[in-house]
Write a protein that binds this ligand. Structure first.
Ligand SMILES: [Zn+2]
Length: 86
């Protein structure tokens, strides 16, 4: 049925599938980790849900690194901390 399908993506940490607009898309652009607020940035993306537990999960960084095929730099880690929902 037209209009019924909503794009679903899963959080890299908890793997829960949800409406992609409810997830935060992270991309590697210009060689660094960035939050894609428009959902339209080019590049390989990975999604995290709104749960703080996922952002702070001990495996979050390695899961993101794997999903993005990008080794996180210190700068990326800082960036991630700043983006963590409070
Ligand atoms: Zn999650």
């Amino acid at each position: 049925m037209p209009g019924k399908h909503k794009p679903q993506r899963s959080c890299v940490v908890c793997r829960v599938k949800t409406d992609k607009r409810k997830l935060t898309r992270l991309v590697i652009a210009d060689g660094k980790l960035q939050m894609d607020e428009t959902g339209k940035m080019n590049g390989r993306g990975a999604y995290l849900c709104a749960s703080r537990d996922c952002w702070n999960h001990k495996s979050a960084q390695s899961l993101l690194a794997r999903a993005l095929r990008h080794e996180l730099s210190d700068c990326d880690r800082d960036c991630l901390r700043q983006m963590t929902p409070s």
